[in-house]
Design a protein around this ligand. Structure first.
Ligand SMILES: *Cc1c(COP(=O)(O)O)cnc(C)c1O
Length: 400
């Protein structure tokens, strides 16, 4: 079968809830993917940063193979001999006392919201049903009903009502808006350290630290969603580490699964995590031994290959080179580490640019029409990055 045949199957038998570039990926390795016709592309999306370690990293693939010979699924009705090792590794890696494993990012966010509401009722003594959580306009935290209830994006919201109450939306990157929205019934603030889906919106320096201080002052939990920004993507293990802004709960996902399978979690200290007691939350697949093996290997790769330093160094190079491309429609290049975006002028349709990049051998996807995100696997070498930048340059210089 050819690419067009696979695309036809998707269109015929699939729900039409995505609008993908017309490219079919049938093989991948490191920072490159191939289509069924054998054409090779740089992957500059990395599955929205779920492939920080690169496609099919041998260390992670070996961990999968070994675990497939032993046991893959037990449920939490029993213990298994991988989950505890995984949780310990995750706590050591993040610097928290406890972790709760789930599968998808949206489930990690749901878990954080449930922890915060329960902490609010049981520790802060807000009457149950009155708990409020402050979130930021422009956020993306996932697709469940509760999570989209935090959104302001019409596409995510329209005709999915009734929405979940208890969320207060304030402008992003404005710490005083958060402080002004706090009431005695506020139990938590949830934000992304950089808004990825919104187009790699980087808040001004000091924002996260200010929000941290405000939360401490008002006895409100600070939740940071690091699902896209975490695991070395922005040049630190976690994006909040660019500042002194340690959250009470961190939501993790995407690259925790090493590009192999969905693995998510929240991490927190016991004073928050202990609001969960037997039977009050759970997941059939969360904490499964295969995920345990993959998660451990995924974090080991980040450490062994010093990918946070790599992301920091190559990110600076990327922004310097791309912002120097002469392209009158390009307004700015922004980002941290290897999470970057090119913003074109208002009203510019970047789809055609993504198509031209694809034809030239580089896959990237636009958000909000006029913004293209560039986020290659962190294992990309400097030589490969320069080759990719040459493609971007050739395409951008042809934009009229
Ligand atoms: C991708 C993402 C999610 C949702 O993760 P899923 O695995 O798709 O449910 C949540 N928050 C952020 C910041 C994300 O980028």
């Amino acid at each position: 079968m050819k690419s067009q045949d696979y695309i036809a199957l998707d269109n015929t038998y699939g729900a039409h809830n995505y609008h993908p570039l017309p490219v079919v990926i049938s093989q991948a390795k490191g920072c490159k993917v191939k289509d069924p016709e054998g054409k090779e592309y740089f992957d500059f999306l990395s599955a929205y940063s779920a492939v920080n370690q690169g496609h099919l990293h041998p260390h992670i693939v070996n961990a999968v193979k070994e675990q497939l010979e032993r046991v893959t699924l037990t449920s939490r009705a029993f213990h298994n001999d991988k989950m505890g090792l995984f949780l310990k590794k995750l706590c050591d890696f993040t610097g928290y006392e406890a972790a709760l494993p789930m599968n998808t990012g949206a489930e990690a966010v749901e878990t954080a919201l449930k922890a915060a509401r329960r902490w609010g009722a049981e520790v802060k003594k807000v009457p149950n049903g009155k708990q409020q959580i402050i979130c930021a306009e422009g956020n993306f935290h996932g697709r469940t009903i509760a999570v989209i209830s935090m959104s302001v994006d019409p596409e995510s919201l329209v005709n999915y009502g009734p929405y979940v109450p208890g969320f207060v939306k304030v402008p992003y990157a404005d710490a005083s808006a958060i402080e002004n929205a706090i009431t005695p019934e506020t139990v938590a603030v949830i934000i992304e350290p950089i808004q990825g889906e919104a187009g790699v919106v980087v808040p001004p320096a000091g924002y996260l630290e200010q929000v941290r201080k405000i939360c401490t002052k008002h006895n409100v939990l600070f939740i940071i969603d690091e699902i896209q920004t975490g695991f070395c993507r922005t040049g630190k293990r976690f994006a909040w580490q660019h500042e002194n802004a340690r959250p009470d709960i961190m939501c993790l996902g995407k690259a925790l699964g090493g590009g192999i399978m969905p693995i998510s979690a929240i991490v927190a200290d016991h004073k928050v995590m202990d609001v969960f007691t037997p039977g009050t939350h759970g997941s059939t697949f969360g904490g499964n031994p295969l995920a345990g093996a993959v998660g451990i290997a995924a974090m080991e790769v980040l450490e062994n290959e010093k990918l946070e330093e790599q992301a920091e160094r190559l990110g600076q190079l990327f922004r310097k080179e791309v912002s120097a491309i002469p392209c009158p429609k390009m307004k700015l290049v922004r980002g941290k580490g290897l999470l970057n975006a090119v913003v074109f002028e208002e009203g510019f349709e970047a789809w055609d640019v993504c198509m031209a990049l694809k034809n030239a051998g580089l896959l990237a996807k636009q958000t909000h029409g006029n913004i293209i995100r560039f986020a290659p696997p962190l294992v990309i070498t400097e030589k490969e990055l320069m080759e990719a930048i040459a493609i971007i340059k050739k395409v951008f210089m042809n934009i009229r």
